[in-house]
Design a binder for this molecule. Structure first.
Ligand SMILES: [Zn+2]
Length: 159
């Protein structure tokens, strides 16, 4: 190998992509001090909520506008970009899955179904007494049960 290491022109050394640690590299402090006084006590600003990895106490910098951390603790991050990254954050934020768009849609569908069943029951004189008042589920349209076509639609919707 005769090539020099000090050439600048045709350097084909690929820079290895910066590897981030797999564990979160910024830890949030537990009971953070929300504010910070600067300018000799004349300005109150939001304090960075991160824990300093060096001193293990709360970071003493003001947080960036609209963020809870300073620029050294990830305040300038704009979040995940790649599909895998977005999905990873989605999974990290997911607590029980009862409020996913699918779960909410299913809940709406079931509520509408129960309401159609009640309408049919009312039509055949199955129930007596008053109804529960309030907002009807999204996707429910009151159908006229005296119209046989609409009654059939209600029967289909309630199964
Ligand atoms: Zn900070």
């Amino acid at each position: 190998m005769g090539s020099s290491h000090f050439g600048h022109g045709s350097c084909d050394n690929k820079k290895s992509p910066l590897k981030r640690p797999s564990t979160p590299y910024v830890t949030m402090i537990e009971n953070p001090e929300p504010y910070l006084l600067t300018a000799g006590g004349r300005i109150t600003c939001n304090r960075c909520q991160a824990q300093s990895s060096r001193t293990k106490v709360q970071c003493g910098n003001p947080s960036l506008t609209g963020k809870r951390v300073c620029k050294w603790h990830g305040g300038r991050s704009t979040g995940p970009r790649s599909a895998e990254g977005i999905e990873r954050i989605r999974q990290a934020q997911l607590k029980h899955g009862e409020r996913t768009s699918e779960a909410v849609a299913e809940s709406r569908r079931m509520s509408a179904k129960m309401l159609y069943l009640r309408d049919i029951g009312d039509h055949v004189g199955m129930f007596e007494g008053t109804h529960t008042r309030g907002r009807k589920p999204t996707g429910y349209v009151k159908l006229n049960m005296n119209d046989p076509v609409l009654l059939r639609i209600a029967l289909l919707l309630s199964t």
